[in-house]
Design a protein around this ligand. Sequence first.
Ligand code: ADP
Length: 282
Amino acid sequence: MAAVTRLFRSSASSSSAAAYFTRRSLTTAAATELRSQSCIPRIDPKGRNFQWVFLGCPGVGKGTYASRLSALLGVPHIATGDLVREELSSSGPLSKQLEEIVNQGKLVSDEIIINLLSKRLEMGETKGESGFILDGFPRTVRQAEILTEVTDIDLVVNLKLPENVLLEKCLGRRICSQCGKNFNVATIDVKGENGTRDISMAPLLPPPNCVSKLITRSDDTETIVKERLRIYNEKSQPVEDFYRSQGKLMEFDLPGGIPESWPKLLEALNLDENEDKQSAAA
Ligand code: ADP
């Protein structure tokens, strides 16, 4: 992780391509196999590093599934949106600038985001973390190129839901201001049109002690969500193509809410929740 952190720093601060190209390879034989087969092999992950990326539109549930997998696999879930929000609430020198960008649904500059990510990786390094599940990064092809230059990504999971469901999910999103957990008050029952599938999702309601502490993200308004979706299609969808062409992209159409989707996602990843942490179906 140390090399990744250092190289991120030099990528953010220097335009010299030379700074990018001392890559740290953390791939194992299994990861190499994964790339060559472009499907998920049944592997025992003990002793290997997970360096995964979660892609998907705003509201698709990247944070929910990435954090569940992070707990299951024992690797950190690093969400750049959370890093941005932490910086925003810290009233540090960047917060005013970030507030304006985030509240317009725009993307923060690559330099700022890579600096925040580097700081987070450095912190993890001091705690002995290894591997990661990145959520919200990379979001532009440039960010994906920088990531490729500094380390190897084993797998990219692309979570998908129809766009009308995404909007409803963002508008129903609530966060407990005390424990930080995410909930959703929307009941989704969308009939498929023009070949799209029906989607039903029960709300994910908070426990009684969180109910009075729920807050809504300032960028989860209809206008800002629509702008974030527009920007995703423009800037982030090419990132899907970037990883697809490398054979690393696993597409996953969410079949519904967490109870239906989680077991199917584990199955697609060949992971078994009933085994110990760090263990997958062999
Ligand atoms: P979303 O629900 O839209 O996926 P996130 O929580 O991931 O939102 O991010 C919130 C905001 O933080 C984004 O709208 C953007 O302004 C900023 N942000 C997060 N990650 C990145 C990134 N990799 N590059 C640029 N901006 C980012």
